[in-house]
Design a binder for this molecule. Structure first.
Ligand code: MSP
Length: 499
């Protein structure tokens, strides 16, 4: 059966997981949890472990490179586990399986005439692991890393990217959607204006020692981005132990068919061109379909500053969890920022948001309504779960902020109804009058208010579960057992005074 395939970028192991990486990965987890309800879903993440900067970082720490990669890859896995990220497979580009798959793909591309040998002369930013044009620079520096790129003049192999300019352009917005729409417009205008040049797919081994060898030339190492992009295909094949030795290309295409094309590929805006130009061109050359949706999210700053290793301001998500709890973290990332736009992380806002929405609104509704029902006795009406058409649509459009806004709106409406109708006063009336008689108006009113509230809470818990799996389920169970719970204890202000 065809899987609903969701991917994150794979993270460079030169850096420890921080809140930026966390954002993309939790987003993929939220989507995967939502889709798993109705679809066979496959959620892939992993680590990008080759290239110059990974090798440099290992050496700085005086570690053997593979050992260093193992450690950082493990710290990613540990972090994702701590954050309740339920991926289906974790791909590592130094895994033998991935390396062999990439070699096989490049051999196929070469056999079909898409690769040729030539000389690359130009600039390279090691921070981005990217070939740069003069016009991409600001005062001669990389605009992201603020460092001078290295000048290269080297013999390499190229991929005929220039042949795919029109084909990529034709696919965008049709079988290959880039979201939000503004990113699609940006890309289309780039492709209409700029002529694409062929792209190097390898670098000399004496310049880059840490990478996969070109299968037909062991003096060349595959360019880290080309190696990395193929994780989206090697990962799922590897997860099911597909053995591609002695297999024909058609067998591989058939095996890929079970999950490819991806339904949603999530990326940050920094890596849009790799995913919206080079990646689709490679797929077109391989005659594979393009991903259905490429969703591009914005970038976080922390208290107005770029997150960077040198500034030392990268927030470790496990520390945040320890301090404020996982639900505060997972909730805040999607409630305060429109998915797709940039955002500035502030721990003060994180706490305020948790307290206002989860403790005071949704949590309060759970505990007060169930306390009232308990006092009253038992509801006659069965609490049914109803899907909410608007929430379904918002989820499918990856409008996470709007999903959480609506959930809060629904809870707020019920809190206001309870404030207005004061159902606690109805209990007394119900008991004073003809006890529990069906014709008793107060009793019917009580049942209507509280039954309706619990139904709304069932809906809320269903759509909250992808964001907050434990608390969402706790609400659901509390309703099933008609047992009042404090699901979201308030965070005391003292906890964030120094942030
Ligand atoms: N290894 C490449 C991706 C290869 S995918 C075939 C890479 N890795 S990265 O570790 O530098 O960053 C990966 C992703 O992390 C970014 O695209 C983005 O999704 C996320 N983020 C990293 N820093 C971020 C912020 N400050 N804010 C939000 N997301 C950020 O690029």
């Amino acid at each position: 059966m065809k899987k609903f395939f969701i991917t994150t970028p794979i993270y460079y192991v030169n850096d420890k997981p921080h809140i930026g990486h966390t954002y993309t990965t939790v987003a993929a987890d939220v989507l995967a949890r939502f889709y798993r309800e109705n679809n066979e879903t496959f959620f892939l993440t992993g680590t990008d472990e080759h290239g110059t900067k990974v090798c440099k970082s290992a050496k700085e720490q005086e570690k053997e490179v593979k050992k260093f990669c193992d450690e950082v890859a493990q710290s990613y896995q540990k972090t994702w586990k701590a954050l309740d990220i339920n991926y289906d497979f974790f791909v590592r580009t130094t895994d033998k399986y991935h390396e062999e798959f990439v070699k096989l793909i490049l051999t196929h591309l070469k056999d079909n005439g898409f690769l040729y040998e030539g000389e690359y002369e130009g600039l390279y930013c090691e921070g981005c692991e990217e070939f740069k044009a003069e016009k991409d620079l600001v005062n001669g520096c990389c605009s992201i890393h603020k460092t001078y790129p290295v000048k290269l003049k080297e013999k390499v192999w190229f991929f005929k990217l220039s042949e795919f300019q029109d084909k990529v352009l034709e696919s965008i917005g049709k079988n290959f959607k880039i979201l939000p729409k503004s990113r699609e417009t940006e890309l289309v205008s780039f492709l209409k204006k700029e002529k694409l040049h062929d792209v190097a797919i390898s670098r000399p081994r004496d310049r880059v020692e840490w990478g996969i060898e070109l299968p037909w030339n062991n003096d060349q190492v595959i360019y880290v981005w080309i190696d990395a992009l193929f994780n989206y295909l090697s990962g799922p094949l590897s997860s099911r132990g597909f053995n591609f030795n002695n297999k024909h290309w058609e067998d591989i295409v058939e095996a890929l068919n079970d999950f490819w094309p991806a339904e949603i590929q999530l990326i940050g805006k920094d890596i849009l061109r790799f995913h919206a130009v080079i990646w689709p061109a490679l797929l077109l050359a391989l005659e594979l379909p393009l991903p259905k949706r490429l969703f591009v999210h914005g970038f976080f700053t922390i208290n107005g500053e770029k997150i960077s290793k040198s500034l030392g301001n990268a927030i470790n998500p496990i520390d945040l969890k320890k301090k404020f709890g996982l639900s505060a973290l997972r909730y805040y990332l999607f409630r305060d920022f429109s998915f797709g736009e940039d955002g500035d992380v502030s721990l003060k806002n994180l706490v305020e948001r948790y307290n206002a929405d989860l403790a005071d609104n949704i949590g309060n509704l759970v505990s007060r309504s169930l306390t009232l029902v308990k006092k009253y006795g038992e509801l006659k009406q069965k609490i049914e779960f109803k899907k909410d058409a608007e929430l379904e649509k918002l989820f499918k459009d990856l409008k996470f902020k709007e999903v959480l806004e609506r959930i809060n709106f629904l809870a707020k409406e019920k809190n206001q109804l309870i404030d207005k109708e004061k159902p606690w006063s109805l209990i007394k009336e119900a008991h004073q009058g003809k006890e529990f008689a069906i014709e008793n108006e107060s009793q019917q009113k009580f049942e209507k208010i509280l039954g309706g509230t619990l139904e709304t809470l069932k809906t809320i818990s269903y759509y909250l579960i992808p964001f907050l799996p434990h608390e969402g389920e706790k609400i659901n169970q509390a309703i099933n057992n008609l047992k009042s719970e404090i699901v979201f204890p308030k965070i005391e202000a003292d906890n964030f005074k120094n942030n």
